[in-house]
Design a protein around this ligand. Structure first.
Ligand SMILES: Nc1ncnc2c1ncn2[C@@H]1O[C@H](COP(=O)(O)OP(=O)(O)OP(=O)(O)O)[C@@H](O)[C@H]1O
Ligand SMILES: [Zn+2]
Length: 729
C-alpha cells in the first residue's frame, strides 16, 4: 500500500495523507473523501514510508478515484505551488485550486474536448471555387478550407456565420465534432514576420541585451517613458525565441488587455495568440490552458492569473505595466503576479522582462541595486514629443463644476484648435457627498459609516464601499430641513458642467458606470480615436495604456487628496497615475500638455514630478523610504480582522500581537483601524508587522500561526494574512 500526500481544497494549512494500492505521480488529480464530502485534490507526493512508519495508518482513508493518467500540474508549477503556500502562509489545497481552470477544479477531463470543426465534404473537394465567385465571403471561406479544416467558431468569426451556413447548405462543407490534436510548435507553420520599424539606438541596446539572456534566468527592468516603444522592444526581443519554437507568456493589467494589444502581436507574427482574462467562459479558458500546455500556442497574453498557465517549451516571461496594482490579488490567496513571475522564470531558467514607464519602487530598487538588469528608453519613439507638464494654481479662482477659470481658458484653446481634451476626475458619480444646508449633517451609509455618493442621473445614492443604494432623500435625517446640497465633484457633475460650459462640443464619459463590460469600453475607445468626441471625461480607466493620437491636453481636476493620504504609497500611486495620464497626450505628431489643478501648487511632490519627471521623483522617493525604514527596505505583512462587534476584532489583533511579542523580535504596530474603518457592517482593524529581513519575519509568522489559530476569537472574527501588502484600505 502507498501513502499519498494530497492537497485538498479546504482552508487548512496542511496536506492530507490518503492510501492507494500503488504510488501516484505528483500533479495528478484524485477524488478523495473529506468528512461527508468528496473533493478533487492534487497529489503532491507519494511518501516513501511503510505502514509502521505512519501514525494511525489504519485510520487513513483511501483515494476514491484517480482522475488523470498524466500529471496535469507539471514540476515547475508544483514547485511554484509549494513556494506559494509557504511564502503566503496559505492552505495548499486552495493554492492548487487557484492555479487550475475552473473545469479542472471540478474534476472534468484535462484532455482535449471534442470541438465543432468545419471541413470540406467529398463533393466540396471536387468543386472549383470559381462557382462561388459571386459570393466573395463563401469563396474566401471555401479557399481557406481547401488548405485545412477550421474551428467552426473561428470560421464564423473570420468569414461570417451566413457564409459558413451557405457552404453547409450547399453540401460543400460540413461541421463535425472532432477531438483536436494539439501539436507542439504548431505556430511555426504560419509564423511570418511583418514589416517592423528600425529600432532606435536605445531600443537596439535593449533588444541586444535581452537576446544575450536567452536560455538563462535573468530579470530586466525596461524603464521607458510613455510611448517610447516598449512594446516594440517586446516584439523584437521575442522574435528569435518564437522562431526556435519557444513560447512567450505576457502578463498585462486587467484593463490593458485590449484587442489592439493582442492584434499587434498577431499581426507581427501571423500566429494565433492565446488570450486569458476574467470574462472568458470556463470552456474557453480550459482550451487556452490545454493549447498552451501542449505547446500549440506561441504567445499567451493574459491578466494576473495567467501566470499559472502551463507552458510546454517556455522561452521568456514578460510583465507589461509591471507597476499596475491589478497584479496583486487582494483577497483569498493574496499573491503578486510579478513576484511569482520572477520565481517561475528562475524555475524554468529563462529571462523575465518587466516593462513600465512608471516602475514600482520595489522594482526600481532592484534595478538600481544591480539585482535586475536595467534597460532604459528615455525618448518617445517615432519622433513624438513628450508632454509638457504644469501645475495650475486654483487658489482664489472662480471654480465651475470643479474646473477653475484658468483651466477653462486652456481647454477652450485646445478645443478650438480642433483637438481632443481629456479631463481626469478621481471619483465617479455626481458628487462624493450629500449634506444638509442647514445643520451640515452628511447622509451616510450606516453599514460603512461613509458618505453616500450622489448619482443624479439615476436619482439615488450609492455607497462606493459596499455598493448599497437608496433613494435620494428630500429632508435631512437630523434636523428635517428640506434643503440638501452636494459637496465635491464627480465625473457625472463634470460631464453636466462641461455640457453647459462648452455647448455644442461633443463629449463622452468613461467610468465604471458608463462602460460596463470590455466590449463597451473598446467601442468607446475606437469612437474616440475616430474623433467622434472632443471632450473625454473619466476616471483611472483613461490612464491605462490607451493610445489617443488626437488628445493634446490632459487636465487633472484634483490631486490634493492623494497629497495628504495616510497610505505611504499614495504619493507613488499619484505620480504613476499622473505620468500615465500625461502619456496619453501628444502621442502622434501634435505636441501635448498636461495641467494639474491644485490648491497646493508649491507641494514638493508636484513640483518634482512636473519639473523632473517620474524617474527623478521615484529615485528621490526611494531615498525617503530608506530613511523612514519602509518597504522595499524592510519586509512587511499585515493581519486584518473584521467583525460586526468592533471590540472583538480589536481584541483578536491585540492577542495576536501578544503572541508575537512573547516570542519574536519583530516590529509590530497597531492594532489600528484600516483606512476604510467599516465596510458592510463590519469594523475593520489591522496589525502591521515588519522586520529588516524577510526570513526572520516569515519565520516568526510560521511559528506563531498555530497559536493565532487557537486564539479564542479566531473562529469568531474574519481574519486574513496579507504578505507584502500594497493596499491598506
Ligand atoms: N523604432 C521605432 N520607429 C518608429 N516608430 C516606432 C518605433 N518604435 C515604436 N514605434 C511606434 O511608436 C508608438 C509607441 O510605441 P509602443 O506602443 O511600442 O510604445 P510603448 O512604450 O509600449 O507605449 P506605452 O506608453 O503605451 O506603454 C507605436 O505607434 C509604435 O509603432
Ligand atoms: Zn456602505
Amino acid at each position: 500500500m502507498a501513502f499519498i500526500q494530497v492537497a485538498v481544497p479546504v482552508p487548512l494549512r496542511q496536506l492530507f495523507t490518503y492510501t492507494h494500492d500503488s504510488a501516484l505521480e505528483a500533479g495528478v488529480r484524485v477524488m478523495v473523501p473529506f468528512g461527508p464530502r468528496k473533493l478533487v485534490g492534487v497529489v503532491v507526493e507519494t511518501l516513501r514510508k511503510s505502514e509502521s512508519e505512519i501514525d494511525n495508518s489504519n485510520k487513513l482513508k483511501a483515494i476514491e478515484m484517480v482522475l488523470d493518467h498524466q500529471p496535469i500540474v507539471d514540476g515547475v508549477l508544483l514547485k511554484m505551488a509549494q513556494w506559494l503556500w509557504q511564502y503566503y502562509h496559505h492552505a495548499p489545497g486552495e493554492v492548487l485550486h487557484a492555479m487550475l481552470p475552473v473545469l479542472l477544479r471540478k474534476g472534468e477531463s484535462a484532455g482535449p474536448t471534442p470541438q465543432d470543426m468545419l471541413m470540406l465534404t467529398d463533393e466540396g473537394k471536387k468543386t472549383l471555387s470559381a462557382s462561388l465567385s459571386r459570393a466573395p465571403k463563401q469563396n474566401a471561406c471555401f479557399t481557406a478550407l481547401t488548405k485545412r479544416a477550421m474551428l467552426a467558431i473561428e470560421a464564423r468569426k473570420q468569414f461570417g456565420a451566413p457564409a459558413v451556413k451557405a457552404l453547409v447548405e450547399k453540401s460543400l462543407a460540413v461541421i463535425k465534432e472532432v477531438t483536436p490534436e494539439f501539436k507542439p510548435g504548431a505556430w511555426l507553420s504560419t509564423l511570418t514576420m511583418a514589416e517592423k520599424p528600425v529600432p532606435d539606438t536605445e531600443q537596439s541596446v535593449a533588444i541586444a541585451a535581452l537576446n544575450r539572456q536567452h536560455g538563462n534566468f535573468a530579470v530586466s527592468l525596461l524603464e521607458g517613458v510613455t510611448g517610447s516603444g516598449k512594446t516594440e522592444v517586446y516584439l523584437q526581443a521575442i522574435e528569435p525565441l518564437l522562431r526556435e519554437g519557444k513560447q512567450v507568456l505576457i502578463l498585462v493589467p486587467e484593463i490593458g488587455l485590449t484587442p489592439q494589444t493582442v492584434s499587434r502581436f498577431e499581426k507581427r507574427f501571423g500566429i494565433a495568440v492565446g488570450v486569458l482574462h476574467s470574462q472568458l467562459s470556463d470552456k474557453d479558458r480550459l482550451q487556452v490552458w490545454q493549447r498552451a500546455k501542449a505547446g500549440e500556442l506561441g504567445i499567451v497574453i493574459g491578466t494576473r492569473s495567467a501566470i499559472f498557465t502551463p507552458l510546454n517549451n517556455p522561452g521568456m516571461l514578460i510583465v507589461d505595466e509591471e507597476h499596475d496594482e491589478s497584479f496583486k490579488q487582494q483577497d483569498g490567496l493574496r499573491y503578486h503576479a510579478r513576484d511569482l513571475a520572477a520565481m517561475r522564470a528562475k524555475q524554468h531558467n529563462i529571462p523575465l522582462l518587466l516593462g513600465s514607464a512608471t516602475p514600482a519602487l520595489e522594482t526600481l530598487n532592484n534595478a538600481l541595486s544591480g539585482r535586475y538588469a536595467h534597460l532604459q528608453l528615455t525618448k518617445r519613439a517615432g519622433g513624438a514629443q513628450s508632454t509638457h507638464q504644469h501645475v495650475l494654481d486654483a487658489r482664489d479662482q472662480p471654480i465651475h463644476y470643479g474646473i477653475s477659470q484658468g483651466l477653462l481658458t486652456i481647454m477652450r484653446q485646445h478645443i478650438s484648435a480642433g483637438n481632443q481634451v481629456l479631463v481626469f476626475v478621481n471619483r465617479r458619480g455626481y458628487a462624493p457627498a450629500l449634506l444638509c444646508h442647514h445643520c451640515g449633517e452628511t447622509v451616510t451609509c450606516k453599514r460603512c459609516e461613509r458618505p453616500y455618493t450622489v448619482h443624479k442621473a439615476q436619482n439615488r445614492l450609492q455607497c462606493h464601499h459596499c455598493g448599497g443604494m437608496r433613494a435620494m432623500p428630500t429632508n435631512c435625517e437630523a434636523c428635517h430641513y428640506n434643503e440638501l446640497v452636494t459637496a465635491g465633484t464627480g465625473t457625472e457633475q463634470v460631464e453636466q458642467g462641461l455640457a453647459s460650459l462648452f455647448p455644442g462640443v461633443t463629449q463622452v464619459r468613461i467610468d465604471s458606470d458608463t462602460v460596463r463590460g470590455k466590449d463597451k469600453l473598446h467601442q468607446t475607445l475606437d469612437a474616440i480615436n475616430r474623433q467622434e468626441y472632443q471632450l473625454l471625461v473619466g476616471t483611472q480607466i483613461l490612464s491605462k495604456g490607451h493610445h489617443f493620437p488626437h488628445v493634446t491636453l490632459v487636465a487633472v481636476l484634483d490631486c490634493d487628496g492623494a497629497l495628504f493620504s495616510a497610505d505611504f504609497r499614495a504619493p507613488e500611486k499619484l505620480a504613476q497615475l499622473v505620468t500615465q495620464l500625461a502619456g496619453r497626450a501628444g502621442r502622434a505628431s501634435k505636441p501635448g500638455e498636461m495641467w494639474l489643478q491644485t490648491h497646493n501648487p508649491h507641494h514638493p511632490l508636484l513640483q518634482d514630478l512636473v519639473h523632473n519627471g517620474y524617474g527623478h521623483f521615484a529615485r528621490h522617493a526611494l531615498m525617503e523610504r530608506k530613511a523612514a525604514s519602509l518597504p522595499p527596505f524592510i519586509s512587511q505583512f499585515v493581519i486584518r480582522a473584521e467583525a460586526t462587534d468592533s471590540s472583538l476584532a480589536y481584541r483578536f489583533l491585540q492577542d495576536c500581537k501578544q503572541v508575537f511579542t512573547q516570542a519574536h523580535a519583530i516590529e509590530i504596530s497597531g492594532p489600528f483601524p484600516c483606512l476604510i474603518e467599516k465596510r458592510q457592517g463590519r469594523f475593520r482593524f489591522m496589525l502591521v508587522c515588519s522586520h529588516q529581513k524577510r526570513a526572520p519575519l516569515h519565520n516568526a509568522l510560521r511559528l506563531a500561526l498555530p497559536f493565532l489559530q487557537a486564539l479564542p476569537q479566531a473562529t469568531k472574527v474574519r481574519w486574513s494574512i496579507d504578505i507584502d501588502p500594497t493596499d491598506f484600505s
